[in-house]
Ligand binder design. Structure first.
Ligand SMILES: Nc1ncnc2c1ncn2[C@@H]1O[C@H](COP(=O)(O)OP(=O)(O)OP(=O)(O)O)[C@@H](O)[C@H]1O
Length: 270
């Protein structure tokens, strides 16, 4: 469990990036922070592994104040996936994945064998193991980034716009892969995005942020979609947009769903 207790962060010379944010992320669940650029998402995520220390308030992991943890060991114990993969350019795919286990004292041979298993887990062929990051597609790099984050078998995964830089089709594949992995592994995931559709797809709970990390609404995707808290949330989720407004049309005895423009989007099955 991760708990943010009334945390604020003001960077030197700036107005508050985050102001009075509190949230509990239950173990084995995925929570998505979604908000516009500058709403404080990355700042909040980085408070968990102490890449950012709050100006006030505290962050707890299973009742341990992260400020009492050694930052290096804390970071090694938490998986972290970034938008650009964050892979080490001069290390092969296999050694990128094996890096943290080796730092944690696992033998290089075992770490490499485990890394091969992880490649398969994230849907990559073993034939990529000896390549360097620059020899991979963007989507493959992100998969390696996920494998690397999983390598030390962390309880917590922090994911900062991990699929933001790939095209929509690859992005959808990566999202499906993450859902499959999460069904298997049950990690505690804190995921950051500015894409509300991604948030609804991946989050057990979704937290919609306004500026300064203020929570506009938190709930399941269903709750937020069914009952947006206010006009800010309604606008943010596009509740009134044609593609979210569905109705039923009967065509030759078959019920189909059409959006607000009358465009068919699906079929009802009994
Ligand atoms: N190291 C820093 N020094 C000064 N100001 C910072 C620093 N990091 C972030 N900020 C500021 O804090 C605010 C929140 O930034 P943050 O990156 O947390 O937001 P975000 O929601 O993740 O944005 P994005 O979606 O663009 O990544 C912004 O106004 C940003 O300019």
């Amino acid at each position: 469990m991760i708990r943010f207790e009334d945390v604020s962060k003001t960077y030197p010379g700036e107005s508050a990036a985050v102001s009075g944010f509190s949230l509990e992320i239950p173990s084995h669940r995925s929570v998505v922070l979604v908000g516009s650029s500058g709403s404080g998402k990355t700042t909040l995520l980085r408070m968990v592994n102490r890449m950012v220390d709050p100006t006030s308030g505290r962050v707890l992991i299973d009742d341990l104040d992260v400020r009492d943890a050694n930052p290096v060991l804390l970071r090694r114990s938490i998986g972290y996936v970034l938008q650009q993969g964050g892979l080490l350019p001069h290390r092969t795919v296999l050694d990128n994945i094996a890096t943290v286990p080796v730092l944690n004292g696992v033998s290089r041979a075992k770490a490499r064998t485990d890394a091969l298993g992880l490649l398969e887990r994230v849907g990559l062929s073993e034939s990529l193991a000896k390549r360097y990051p620059a020899e991979l597609s963007g989507g493959q790099q992100q998969r390696v980034g996920v494998a690397r984050a999983l390598a030390s078998d962390p309880n917590i995964l922090l994911m900062d716009e991990p699929f933001g830089a790939v095209d929509p089709i690859v992005r959808r594949e990566l999202q499906d892969e993450l859902l499959r992995l999460q069904a298997d592994l049950g990690k505690t995931i804190l995921f950051v995005t500015h894409d509300i559709d991604e948030a609804f797809l991946l989050g057990d709970q979704v937290v919609v942020l306004r500026e300064h990390g203020r929570i506009a609404q938190q709930g399941t995707p269903e709750e937020i979609l069914a009952h947006p808290a206010d006009d800010f949330v309604r606008d943010f989720i596009g509740a009134d947009q044609a593609q979210r407004t569905l109705s039923i049309k009967n065509v030759g005895g078959q019920d189909i769903a059409v959006d607000g423009n009358g465009k068919p989007v699906g079929v009802f099955r009994s």
